[in-house]
Design a protein around this ligand. Structure first.
Ligand code: PDD
Length: 289
């Protein structure tokens, strides 16, 4: 069951007009929100980021945060599965094709739920492969825009060589993955690229930084050079759907010893603990608490 413009319906019955600006221009923004044990995870943070994305494309937020919470809970309730991920999508609505914004057009609002499956244990044990590519996206990557063509092409480059992600490099520095954030470990220090308009401010990225701060794990938030990526002891990938994953092979060469490292193992365990706290209902917006 999905939500579309005020109504709940089976996804097969959901239709949008061909003149929707999401279809014509990719003119919209989205969020991906995990729900564990049927409870949205870090919802206030996702809604803050949604507001930032809407501000970035000058589209008014159609709902209050309470309305969003209510709506998302209704979508969860109408779908099966303890763990789901919610896909929320807002476009600038339906109008005659013209690049300029239409006047007085209601936005199109769509929410769907899909089963949320953690990465397979075997992949976490072996680690995954990634490739690198030049980051050729626009310079508002902090906006979670539905126009994802560069991300689609970049991610497909990885899939074409049986890798799970493409790690992006802009002007010699790490930005993020095509659909994830990326961390590097060198000499037991976790390195995180600083948030900027060149990367999506990941909700999972924030959880990782809160966990390292709370557990006195050495870390630095700073620019990471291409050489540092290529000589890393560990590379970690994070996203709401993949949680934390070890990258053990980069461009066909082993990362460090070519096996998931100590920091991955520690952070993965801490992340699972934090999730369990959330699921028991002792929800905190601070992962360290
Ligand atoms: N993608 N960077 C990009 C470009 C992303 O698309 C994503 C997530 C992230 C990680 O953000 P978060 O931890 O908040 O999920 C970083 C989602 C999962 C997607 O598009 O399906």
């Amino acid at each position: 069951m999905i939500y579309l413009n005020g109504q709940f319906m089976p996804i097969e019955e959901a239709c949008i007009p061909v003149l929707d600006r999401g279809f014509i221009f990719g003119d919209g923004v989205y969020e991906v929100i995990p729900a564990y044990s049927r409870k949205p995870f870090r919802l206030p943070k996702h809604l803050d980021r949604l507001q930032h994305s809407l501000d970035g494309i000058r589209l008014k937020n159609p709902f209050s945060n309470d309305d969003w919470k209510n709506l998302l809970e209704q979508v969860i309730a109408r779908n099966e599965g303890e763990d789901q991920y919610l896909y929320l999508h807002i476009t600038r609505g339906v109008a005659k094709r013209d690049h300029a914004f239409p006047a007085n057009v209601p936005p199109t609002i769509f929410i769907m739920s899909n089963p949320l499956l953690p990465p397979p244990a075997a992949l976490l044990a072996s680690g995954a492969s990634a490739i690198t590519a030049i980051d050729n996206r626009w310079i508002r990557c902090d906006v979670k825009a539905i126009s994802l063509l560069p991300n689609v092409l970049l991610r497909q480059m990885a899939v074409d060589v049986d890798a799970i992600e493409t790690i992006l490099i802009r002007d010699g520095f790490l930005t993020e993955g095509a659909a994830s954030n990326i961390f590097v470990v060198k000499d037991k220090v976790l390195l995180a690229p600083p948030k900027s308009h060149l990367m999506l401010p990941g909700i999972t990225y924030d959880v990782v930084l809160e966990l390292v701060a709370a557990h006195q794990i050495a870390h630095e938030i700073r620019e990471i050079s291409e050489t540092e990526i290529r000589t890393a002891d560990e590379i970690l990938l994070t996203s709401s759907t993949k949680e934390i994953m070890p990258i053990t092979c980069l461009d066909g060469k082993p990362v460090g010893h070519g096996k998931p490292g100590e920091l991955f193992t520690q952070l993965h365990a801490l992340y699972q603990q934090y999730k369990a706290t959330h699921m028991r209902g002792h929800f905190s917006d601070q992962a360290g608490l």
